[in-house]
Design a protein around this ligand. Structure first.
Ligand SMILES: Nc1ncnc2c1ncn2[C@@H]1O[C@H](COP(=O)(O)OP(=O)(O)O)[C@@H](O)[C@H]1O
Ligand SMILES: [Mg+2]
Length: 286
């Protein structure tokens, strides 16, 4: 497919929101080229959650950054196709977009948004949480400042932040880690993306807060109707959150399928090893 900066308007007939086909992302190092992502293909279904699971260093974050075109030199996408089948904008060939294409800015944070592992990487320490959420709104929605403020406060309430009008005026350091991640989720979802990429969204949080934040992502996903690409190293999270799963190992996908099928009958030795590493494997059966 050729790259295009204007969307091809079409009503997507399929139930797929993201098609990744034969994606390669390489990093140039002193020891030669490292294939962090080494020819992977997967689909995210509309309204569903796909978990990308694998141990640390398997290439999960590089995959998610590739989808948003966030790979910086010495890294580059060296092959493959990333097709966003947007219900609002038609099919968008993300890998083929020019770096300065206006469409890329519509994709980032508008059609596709991302939650990172560590909330402070997404938040500025010198701006109030309210200003940061409003900025995200004003960037992608044709509303005035006062309306953006109302939308932001409403969203803070939706992500379970008590007294949102007060919290709106606070700085990130005044909030707990769990509350900060809720702010990040508010920022990611306030523009109603079609696809949310959550890269280990709860790894940096206390265990008790983890389950709450995962539950929040799940309920907001249902409300907004977006799809989720959930990145995790934890099959427990996969079982709790995902419909489909793709298992990543050394830059490749070794197995994929519905969560039910993969948990019931894992095919690949690496998948079995990940499952065996869990404290209570029987608890995952569903
Ligand atoms: N900036 C970089 N320079 C060189 N190699 C990198 C860089 N970022 C990532 N890599 C390579 O990509 C591999 C996968 O990284 P990553 O996607 O972050 O793993 P994870 O699955 O833990 O998210 C790393 O093991 C490393 O070899
Ligand atoms: Mg990672």
């Amino acid at each position: 497919m050729v790259s295009f900066d204007t969307p091809v308007l079409s009503t997507p007939a399929s139930d797929i929101v993201l098609e990744v086909e034969n994606l390669y992302t390489h990093f140039k190092t002193d020891d030669g080229e490292v294939a962090a992502v080494d020819g992977i293909s997967f689909n995210v279904r509309r309204g569903r959650t796909l978990a990308l699971v694998g141990e640390s260093g398997s290439g999960k974050s590089v995959t998610s950054h590739s989808i948003l075109r966030l790979i910086q030199p010495p890294g580059r996408i060296s092959g493959g196709r990333i097709l966003l089948r947007s219900a609002r904008m038609g099919d968008i060939d993300i890998a083929g977009l020019n770096e300065r294409s206006p469409m890329l800015y519509k994709v980032r944070g508008g059609l596709v948004s991302m939650i990172f592992q560590e909330p402070m990487t997404a938040l500025s320490p010198v701006h109030t949480v309210g200003d940061q959420i409003c900025e995200a709104i004003l960037l992608h929605q044709p509303v005035k400042k006062a309306a953006a403020r109302d939308i932001a406060i409403d969203m803070l309430g939706k992500v379970g932040i008590p007294d949102p009008a007060h919290r709106f005026q606070q700085y990130p350091h005044e909030l707990s880690g769990g509350m900060r991640q809720r702010v990040v989720i508010a920022m990611a979802l306030v523009c109603r993306p079609e696809l949310l990429i959550a890269d280990e969204p709860t790894t940096a949080l206390d265990v008790t807060v983890q389950a709450q934040v995962l539950g929040l992502i799940r309920s907001l996903q249902r409300e907004i109707g977006c799809s989720v690409l959930l990145i995790t190293h934890d099959f427990g999270v996969v079982a709790q959150m995902a419909d489909d799963v793709a298992v990543m190992h050394r830059g490749r996908l070794v197995e994929q399928g519905t969560v039910r099928a993969v948990l019931k009958n894992p095919q690949h030795a690496y998948t079995k090893a990940l499952l065996d590493a869990l404290p209570s494997r029987h608890a995952l059966r569903r």
